[in-house]
Design a protein around this ligand. Structure first.
Ligand code: CP3
Length: 339
């Protein structure tokens, strides 16, 4: 059993720097595209045997030190009662949005085992196969809320901010409901065998620090506090969150994920004595091998001051990344960090 990743999460010494990549299972892998050729994305998410297969693909091909459950942050939002669709090339769509009191009240806080049993089944099956730790995950409440309110991806997040600023009580009610769903869901993942849990706050970076403080961080903090009983390391990743690092650390997460828009040395100073995860620009995987290795060497040097470093990209791997380049990066991290 390779527990290097878990040790780094806890800030313990490791023989080398562990590595995994956000969205490491997905369309950049030909073997993933082959599975997806015969099934829709949502059907794939609901078929445990296939989720196991695609979760294992990057573990085998890249030699990463952790696996991440194959699923999507919007699966529990569908379980809250809002129909979800994925259309190729357009991302997720909620045809009915949540924008008023009736919409918030209609949402249910589901029993995760009853409504998302396929996720827990995937976790149980994976634990039998894996020799590296398994990361479970959920979207952080703010990010989930944006999808419910906007009805999909967005640029200006106008409807979300409109609810925040013109109906704050309703917004808080929605955040509370999503948070209760998320806590129950992550506790169920832990019971099924997840060994670390990551909260993805992909859109937190669109908020002013004062609004992050008031409308988003308290809910992430509450979930993290409710997960303490599991004893599992919790990773909090706010994309575009370089302006929110102190507040992100204050959520109580054991590990703070950072994107590439900040130097890791500066981020380490700002998050204090806890582990850090990141932070190569996903596009930098396109660099010629020697330049890529050089960049990784610089990152590893910068991360020496950290109390635990997990190498990762600063956001999900891009769908047009050549898989061989990802493998070069993993090998470089392993080789260059070994003492
Ligand atoms: O990391 C992994 O390998 C695990 C799987 C995973 C997926 N989505 C699979 C997926 C994880 C951890 C996620 C999280 C997720 N989903 C986030 C947070 C991370 C981030 O990138 O910020 C978000 C915002 C979503 C919502 C979502 N799901 C979007 C916006 C999209 C469309 C993306 C696109 O490029 O079209 C998805 C679909 C999705 N989720 C795919 C995969 C592999 C592609 C679906 C396909 O096969 O067509």
């Amino acid at each position: 059993m390779n527990d290097t990743f878990l040790k780094a999460c806890r800030g313990e010494a490791t023989d080398y720097t562990p590595v995994w990549m956000m969205r490491q299972a997905g369309r950049y892998l030909p073997e993933y595209r082959q599975v997806r050729g015969s099934i829709s994305f949502l059907e794939l998410c609901k078929t445990p045997e296939l989720c196991v297969q695609v979760t294992l693909q990057p573990v085998e091909r890249l030699d990463v030190d952790a696996a991440i459950l194959f699923s999507d942050i919007l699966i529990p939002m569908e379980a809250m009662g809002l129909p979800l669709e994925f259309h190729d090339g357009r991302g997720p769509i909620f045809p009915e949005t949540v924008r008023d009191r009736a919409g918030v009240e209609k949402l249910i806080v589901p029993n995760p085992e009853e409504t998302m049993g396929f996720v827990m089944e995937t976790i149980r099956l994976l634990r039998r196969e894996l020799k590296v730790p398994l990361i479970g995950f959920a979207g952080a409440p703010f990010t989930c809320a944006t999808y419910l309110i906007e009805g999909g991806s967005s640029k200006a997040f106008w409807e979300t901010k409109k609810m925040m600023f013109t109906a704050p009580e309703l917004f808080h009610q929605l955040m509370d409901k999503i948070s209760r769903c998320t806590t129950a869901y992550l506790l169920a993942q832990a019971r099924a065998g997840a060994q670390a849990l990551q909260l993805f706050d992909s859109w937190a970076g669109i908020l002013a620090p004062c609004d992050f403080e008031q409308y988003a961080a308290p809910y992430a903090a509450r979930i993290i506090s409710e997960l303490q009983s599991t004893g599992l390391p919790i990773i909090y990743f706010a994309n575009n969150g370089a302006t929110l690092l102190e507040q992100s650390a204050a959520t109580g997460a054991n590990v703070i994920g950072i994107d590439w828009r900040i130097n890791i040395g500066e981020a380490i100073k700002r998050i204090g004595p806890r582990a850090i995860q990141g932070n190569i620009d996903p596009a930098a995987l396109l660099l010629p091998a020697e330049k890529l290795r050089e960049r990784i060497k610089n990152l590893l040097d910068g991360a020496r001051a950290a109390r635990g470093h997990i190498f990762n990209l600063g956001h999900g791997i891009h769908q047009f990344t050549p898989p061989e380049q990802a493998r070069i990066a993993v090998d470089a991290v392993h080789e260059l960090s070994r003492r």
